[in-house]
Design a protein around this ligand. Structure first.
Ligand SMILES: [Zn+2]
Length: 161
């Protein structure tokens, strides 16, 4: 084994954030869970919450999170990961139907190197239209009213599923 790899194996945290935003007290997603930060929530159960990304790649771009704080998917147990993706699967159907998309992406980033911005595990559900095929569109900004309208239509689909 190379010395470099040995060092990597020995380090306590192999998935790195240069300036951790974490600690449940300071984590924005934990604050959304406790309602100390506002968001457009589309789904919630005992252990999960789903809300619109505040700076979405497309209308309906939703984040699905476990409520319990953990930085990356490596902090979760296998069964919890299965549950998280079961919720993400349900959310994807509601999102795609609500915004009449033609497909969607699941994106799950771990670590700053992978562009994970908030150090609390989350799965992106990003609906895609045929005209956006093959390109990763720029992030967009919608008005609060547009965000709430989108969230409401996703909530209706979640309730109906
Ligand atoms: Zn958190």
């Amino acid at each position: 084994m190379s010395a470099e790899k040995e060092m990597w194996m020995a380090s306590a945290r192999r998935i790195v954030f240069s300036s951790p935003t974490s600690g449940p007290d300071r984590c924005i997603f934990c604050q959304i869970v406790t309602r100390n930060a506002s968001s457009n929530i589309v789904y919630e159960d005992e252990r999960h919450i789903a809300f619109l990304d505040i700076y979405p790649f497309s209308r309906g771009h939703t984040l699905v999170c476990p409520k319990e704080h953990g930085e990356t998917i490596w902090d979760m147990k296998e069964g919890e990961i299965a549950e998280l993706f079961r919720v993400a699967f349900k959310v994807s159907k509601a999102v795609v139907t609500a915004v009449q998309a033609d497909g969607f992406r699941f994106v799950q980033n771990n670590g700053e190197a992978a562009n994970q911005v908030v150090a609390h595990v989350h799965v992106h559900v990003i609906p895609v239209k045929m005209e956006d095929k093959g390109r990763f569109s720029d992030r967009r900004k919608f008005t609060p009213a547009e965000m709430e309208e989108t969230a409401a239509s996703i909530r209706r689909e979640m309730a109906g599923s």
